[in-house]
Design a protein around this ligand. Structure first.
Ligand code: GCO
Length: 460
């Protein structure tokens, strides 16, 4: 290892990878699974850029044993996946689908057999369509329905599962799915968007309480938020104020309720007419104490003042000069900046990086290997920035790479590959990429050499 460039992580650091049910499972209509809003959305022509769906995806529903073996081969000690609500409750409530719950039973048992700790997310956007038909997240009834679903799953799995994530990225599901219309359920309704935000947060608090009430073993419950530093495009007041407004809606709209039991005041004034109107006790429920904060970090946001954009008067710019992936700027220092800010402003007792990764147009070389060194460099640099924050006492205790296998990237379909494991969708053959081999070395060393890029360790 390079002199002085080795970054050793704390003993017991969690090294995992993350996925989500709709993106990998397939078996969309098998064994009693009911339709989700993502089935409806993806089956609607024109919604997904390559016309694909998650009907088969990476066929994880049938190939989970092989996938768990691959995870064990890489040496993961944790695996974050999501549970499909419509597989457990096909219509969202009423009758439990035993075959659906049994799949997650089998998956958890397969993980534990390989000493891989399961970290299930209860909601990763695949809402039962039947609930959407009655208003979805804009209907307050869904809060108790989600808590009932959480309780049912906890009762079934909590003898073996003790780490739970209630929601994945409520900001993305509410804003892209209810305001921008580019994710399921495909709405462009500002009122529904902010009701959705409130009900996602309120249901998080109720579910955390339900899991703790139902669990057979002492549970650790968290929420996963998509978070990022927000920078002004230019050093001028108009852009700084635009960045502040975006930070308010993207970051503080979720962090303030969860950690401070209130919505950000500046956003409340800015969006007064569409802001949620909490009922007595709502904010205290949302601020139910967390076992950990899940942080999904990918990149920063650079904003300029744009008077034509309602209601934030801010639009994103792509600065000249930095390196970009297929979806965003590659900006590893943002990981350090974000973690330091979270620690300073919110003091979460424990942080897990629940997603971090990069889409690379991977392909197999003549020898069948996938030399995704750009992904290795991205992960290496983001882990180095994570290590910087840990060295300054930010309580980061784990890292989950997004993603384990290539999978369905929402409106981008299969055009974006995020996995450490390559999936040939025609044959479903799996190939561990060079990034997976490199990550295995990081896990064995419980650290990384910041000076090298990946086997055969080309500096890059
Ligand atoms: C998200 C979701 C993942 C995405 C990943 C890449 O963060 O948007 O949790 O489902 O696939 O982030 O965009």
């Amino acid at each position: 290892m390079g002199e002085g460039t080795f970054r050793r992580f704390p003993d017991g650091f969690v090294w995992g990878a993350a996925t989500a049910s709709y993106q990998i499972e397939g078996a969309w209509d098998e064994d009693g699974r009911g339709p989700s809003v993502w089935d409806t959305f993806a089956h609607t022509p024109g919604k997904i850029c390559d016309g694909s769906t998650g009907d088969v995806a990476a066929d994880h529903y049938h190939r989970y044993h092989e996938d768990v073996d691959i995870m064990a081969g890489i040496g993961l000690n944790a695996y974050r996946f999501s549970i499909a609500w419509p597989r457990v409750f096909p219509t969202g409530t009423d009758e439990v689908n035993e075959a659906g719950l049994a799949f997650y039973d089998r998956l958890v048992d397969a993980l534990l057999e390989k000493n891989i700790t399961p970290y299930p997310t209860l909601f990763h956007w695949d809402l039962p369509q039947a609930l959407q038909n009655s208003g979805g997240w804009a209907n307050r009834d869904i809060c108790s329905q989600f808590a009932d679903y959480a309780s049912t799953v906890a009762e079934r799995l909590s003898d073996r599962v003790s780490h739970w994530i209630t929601h994945n990225e409520p900001a993305v599901h509410s804003l892209l799915g209810h305001f921008m219309g580019i994710h399921a359920p495909g709405l462009t309704d500002p009122m529904a968007t902010f009701q959705t935000i409130h009900h996602l947060l309120l249901s998080h608090g109720l579910a955390a309480q339900a899991i703790r009430a139902a669990a057979k073993t002492l549970p650790e419950v968290g929420i996963t938020l998509s978070l990022a530093p927000v920078h002004p495009a230019e050093d001028r007041d108009a852009d700084r104020e635009a960045a502040q407004r975006f930070d308010g809606v993207f970051n503080r709209m979720f962090l303030d309720p969860v950690f401070k039991a209130r919505y950000p005041e500046d956003i409340g004034e800015l969006l007064e007419v569409i802001m949620p109107k909490p009922e007595p006790g709502d904010m205290e429920t949302i601020a139910t104490p967390l076992g950990f904060l899940g942080v999904n970090y990918y990149t920063r946001h650079v904003m300029k003042h744009d008077p034509d954009v309602f209601p934030l008067q801010a639009s994103e710019v792509r600065p000249e000069g930095p390196e970009y992936s297929g979806m965003w700027e590659i900006y590893p220092p943002g990981m350090y900046e974000l973690l330091m800010r979270l620690d300073a402003d919110y003091a979460p007792g424990k942080i897990l990086i629940t997603e971090n990764g990069i889409p690379v147009p991977d392909g197999k070389d003549f020898d069948g290997r996938v030399r995704d060194y750009r992904r290795i460099r991205y992960v290496r640099d983001n882990l180095e920035q994570t290590h910087r924050a840990i060295e300054e006492d930010v309580p980061v205790e784990g890292y989950f790479h997004w993603s384990m296998t290539d999978n369905f990237e929402w409106a981008f379909g299969y055009t974006m590959r995020f996995g450490m494991v390559y999936v040939d969708y025609a044959t479903q053959e799996r190939t561990v990429k060079e990034s997976g081999r490199w990550y295995a070395q990081v896990i064995r060393d419980n650290g990384l050499d910041a000076g090298v890029c990946g086997p055969p360790f080309f500096p890059c």
